[in-house]
Design a protein around this ligand. Structure first.
Ligand code: HEC
Length: 198
């Protein structure tokens, strides 16, 4: 009997040490880094793309990135009342400012993030940042054209970024559940809007 207890005790110690080591690994490692890539695409802007990009960005990006007081995409606190268990989350400044905004990101770096969720430093942006893995190439080009446009929403603004402080749960999920999307290996055409069933 005593021997069994001793073995059980040793097993318990091993489990506790392993669980502690795993927890320490997750909290030190943080959100995984998948390595940065730049597909090297250069978008040519025109007024049609800018107009469409304005509509798309207002629907898809402004909710999280727009400061309601200034109307600019300078980012802000995503969860001021701490309702989510994912830590302190801040959307970032995506105006044309070259230091705190994305004025010095290449088109390819922005597209790679929007498609896969991997930022230009290689770090993964968990599901609290939108991804567009299936959007048509033309619509993505329109969003980029809008980001480079003269629209007041995206003019350079030096409001500093606040880096996200993900919780342990967010780091854990980023290791076991959240994963980047693969970068599309084919052209994604605009859907035929006259083909209703499709
Ligand atoms: C659900 C909220 C949400 C939506 C919608 C959203 N974002 Fe974000 N975005 C974030 C958050 C939060 C971050 C910071 C992510 C991180 O660092 O982990 C971010 C980061 C970024 C970054 C990286 C900036 C940097 O300096 O690192 C870019 C670029 C970006 N978003 C562009 C866009 C665009 C373009 C759209 C619309 C197509 C969009 N985002 C939609 C929340 C959002």
């Amino acid at each position: 009997m005593k021997k069994i207890l001793k073995v059980l005790f040793i097993i318990l110690i091993v489990v506790v040490v392993l669980a502690g080591g795993f927890a320490l690994f997750i909290s030190i490692r943080g959100i995984p880094n998948y390595g940065a890539k730049d597909p090297g695409i250069k978008i040519v802007s025109d007024s049609t793309r800018i107009e469409r990009g304005q509509i798309l960005a207002s629907m898809l990006c402004a909710d999280c990135h727009k400061n309601p007081e200034t109307g600019k995409l300078t980012g802000g606190d995503m969860d001021p009342d701490h309702k989510l268990p994912f830590g302190n989350l801040f959307s970032q400044n995506i105006t044309q400012d070259k230091t705190v905004g994305i004025g010095d990101w290449t088109d390819g770096q922005i597209i790679y993030l929007l498609r896969t969720g991997i930022k230009r430093d290689g770090q993964y942006a968990p599901p609290w940042m939108a991804k567009l893995p299936n959007m048509s190439d033309e619509d993505v080009a329109s969003i980029i054209s809008f980001l480079h446009s003269n629209d007041p929403m995206v003019q350079a603004d030096a409001t500093p970024d606040r880096p996200c402080e993900p919780s342990f749960l967010a780091k854990f999920l980023a290791l076991v559940a959240f994963k980047p999307f693969p970068y599309p290996d084919h052209v994604i055409a605009q859907p035929d809007t006259t083909d209703k069933p499709a």
